[in-house]
Design a protein around this ligand. Sequence first.
Ligand SMILES: *Cc1c(COP(=O)(O)O)cnc(C)c1O
Length: 417
Amino acid sequence: MSDKLAEKRFGFTTTILHNDRRKAIEHGSLHKPVHTSVAFGYTDARQLASVFQGKEPGFRYGRQGNPTVAALEDKITRMEDGVSSICFATGMGAIGAVFQGLLRAGDHVITSSFLFGNTNSLWQTVAGQGVAVDFVDATDVAQVAAAITPSTRLVFAETIANPRTQVADLAKIGQLCRERGILFVVDNTMTSPYLFRPKSVGAGLVVNALTKSIGGHGMVLGGALTDTGEYDWSGYPHIPDNIKRTPPRQWGMAQIRAKGLRDFGASLAPEAAHHIAVGAETLALRMERASANALALARMLEADPRVAAVHYPGLPSHPQHNLSSELFRAHGFLLSFELRDGIDCFDYLNRLQVAIPASNLGDTRTLVIPVAHTIFFEMGAERRASMGIADSLIRVSVGIEDEADLLADFSEALPAV
Ligand SMILES: *Cc1c(COP(=O)(O)O)cnc(C)c1O
């Protein structure tokens, strides 16, 4: 059975559901079991040595690899149509490993200025450690092009930026990076591999915060990096000779697994990998439903005079609406909106009955948060203004509730005027 499965190419959800069975599992188990062992014993000590030397595949120690985590890595690789993936304890662990694995003092990074708050904070840290970091408006490829220097190692962008939903000009940035031989790293968390594959625009590395829509249930943290095979590592500096003995297409991930995952230790626990794998089975269904709910909610809010602005790429009024329609299968679960002056955003949030004030994204439940007062508070008013974040901005991570219940909840909480 597994041999026949191994050769076939299936659609997105069929692949996720049946991927573990491609490699025969004990007792015909349909799920990859949760392997909790930290150590892996060998009957032949020579085999242990050759696993350590990378001459044959195998597991050594739980921080660097685990069979349950490896099954999830394989699933994510197929979801992204990539070459290989590495899982991490969190999405930030994955992004941090790009920095630890690939950047050295004197390097230069170009990043979108519309970023997840902690990623913004991470790039500030990197800048303090001798890597030059330029923040640019990634909706405009000319700004990326203008920032390139001879030491530019990578360009980093999110697909749909949280919370203002700017859509980066991904295809043009990918083209630019390809022409200049620069690694393009795309954080695909807001779209997920169901709505968008960054490989299609030439991204070499893809970040997914598995905590969000891939897990979908908000029960565990996790992150992943996927090598799409689009970037040619043979010219990348900082790759040591021991890694250079392997084929160049493996260099980037080998370096990140050693310097990022092994040395810094943000390893995904096998139980967490199992929970994420179960959640991933329904990713496509949830993304369809949440995207449809988000569009209906965005349309309703935009038509209401008590709402000052709605930011959602699915609305024709969104500046990158056409780009979003070209790139993504649907416009996603993330929207944000501003209430008219005089309506207190805290009072409004307190009147919601279905949506929950909480800080997570891609959950099955609808979550709302007053951005300027919480997740983007630390960065200060000036940086918030540069990112277009108004004091009354409310971010909504739209869930899979029944549409009528959601629309009623958001509209009934608006005060009568
Ligand atoms: C949440 C998030 C991350 C970080 O993921 P964690 O699992 O919370 O560490 C990174 N990027 C984006 C776009 C996110 O939304």
